[in-house]
Design a protein around this ligand. Structure first.
Ligand SMILES: [Zn+2]
Ligand SMILES: [Zn+2]
Length: 299
C-alpha cells in the first residue's frame, strides 16, 4: 500500500472580511496538499494556528500564494513565515503574490529587524530574508514545476485591480479558488472540469443585519454588492464550469446565528445541482474523488 499522502484541501479560515468574533470562524486561508507539495492559499489571521491544527509541520512550509492584498487574505503572511522560522524552518519558501507583495514582505522584515538579527546571532538561525523569495505574478501560468501547474485569472473585485483566481493542477487533479470576486462569468472557463471549485459567497438575507452591526452601513453594503458574489451566483459558475464539487467559502455573513448551513445550501441549489460543501474552519475535502473526510455532505 502506498504511504503517499492523499491529495486534499483543508479550509483553514472560512469567513469573509477581517473581523473576528467570539467563537466565530477565521478570515481567509486554505491548505492544498497536492503532488507532495504543501500549498498555502491566502494568509488571513489564523493561518498559522490553522496549519498546525491541520497537521502540517511549519518546517514543511513550501509554497504560499496570495490572491490579493486585502488584509483578510494577507495579514498573517509575515507572522506565518516568521513563526515557521522560529520553529526550525531551514528550507526555501516561495511566496507568489500580486504586485506589492515583495514590498509587503520587505517591510515586515524591517519591522521585525531587532528580533531577526538577534535570533541569527543568538540562536544560530539562517537568515530568514535569504530563505524567502517573493515572486509577483499577473495573469497566465505562474508556476509549472514537477507536474504541478498553477495558473491565474484576474477577477472582478473593485476597487482592487490585482485580484486573481488560482487553479492548481497535478496528476489529473485540480482545485480552483475564485478569490474575492463579483459574479464573473469568465471564471467558468477558467474552472472548467475542476475537481473542486472553492468560490466565495454571500447570503443576501444576512447582509442587512451585518451592515447594521458593523456601523458603516451604506458604504459597506455598496462595496459588498459591487465586489462579491451571492451564493446562487457561485452556483451558476460551478454549473457552467461543470466542476465535480462546489465549496462555498469566504462566507458573508459567517457568524450570524440566524443563518445556518441549510440557508447556504438552499441559495446555492437555485443554480447548482452537483456535490456541494459549505466551508467551515478545518473542513477537509479529499481530492481523490472520495467523500470529504470531515466535511458536511449535502445532497
Ligand atoms: Zn476577502
Ligand atoms: Zn478582498
Amino acid at each position: 500500500m502506498s504511504t503517499e499522502k492523499l491529495d486534499r484541501l483543508v479550509v483553514l479560515g472560512s469567513k469573509g472580511g477581517p473581523a473576528v468574533r467570539p467563537g466565530g470562524p477565521w478570515p481567509s486561508s486554505s491548505l492544498v496538499e497536492i503532488g507532495g507539495r504543501n500549498i498555502v492559499v491566502d494568509c488571513g489571521l489564523g493561518v498559522t494556528r490553522g496549519l498546525v491544527d491541520a497537521g502540517m509541520s511549519l518546517k514543511a512550509l513550501d509554497l504560499i500564494f496570495i490572491t490579493h492584498l486585502h488584509s483578510d487574505h494577507l495579514l498573517e503572511l509575515g507572522p506565518l513565515i516568521h513563526t515557521a522560522w522560529t520553529a526550525g524552518l531551514a528550507t526555501p519558501v516561495t511566496v507568489y503574490g500580486p504586485s506589492g507583495t515583495h514590498d509587503h514582505w520587505l517591510h515586515f522584515c524591517r519591522a521585525m529587524e531587532f528580533d531577526i538579527e538577534i535570533r541569527i546571532v543568538d540562536e544560530g538561525r539562517p537568515d530568514i530574508r535569504e530563505l524567502v523569495s517573493v515572486k509577483e505574478f499577473g495573469e497566465g501560468t505562474i508556476l509549472a514545476e514537477g507536474g504541478l501547474t498553477v495558473t491565474a485569472l484576474r477577477v472582478d473585485h473593485p476597487p482592487v485591480i490585482d485580484c486573481f483566481a488560482l487553479r492548481f493542477e497535478h496528476g489529473g487533479r485540480s482545485v480552483v479558488f475564485s478569490a474575492d470576486t463579483a459574479f464573473f462569468p469568465p471564471l467558468a472557463d477558467f474552472a472548467k472540469g475542476a475537481d473542486v471549485l472553492v468560490h466565495e459567497a454571500m447570503l443576501e438575507e444576512g447582509l442587512e443585519r451585518l451592515v447594521a452591526r458593523t456601523g458603516n452601513g451604506a458604504r459597506l453594503k455598496e462595496h459588498l454588492f459591487a465586489s462579491h458574489s451571492l451564493a446562487e451566483e457561485a452556483g451558476h459558475i460551478a454549473s457552467d464550469a461543470g466542476v465535480k464539487r462546489l465549496v462555498l467559502n469566504h462566507l458573508i455573513p459567517a457568524d450570524d446565528p440566524a443563518i445556518g448551513e441549510a440557508d447556504w445550501v438552499a441559495a446555492a441549489r437555485k443554480s447548482w445541482a452537483g456535490d456541494l460543501t459549505i466551508a467551515r474552519d478545518g473542513l477537509v475535502v479529499e481530492l481523490s474523488g472520495q467523500k470529504a473526510a470531515s466535511g458536511e455532505e449535502t445532497a
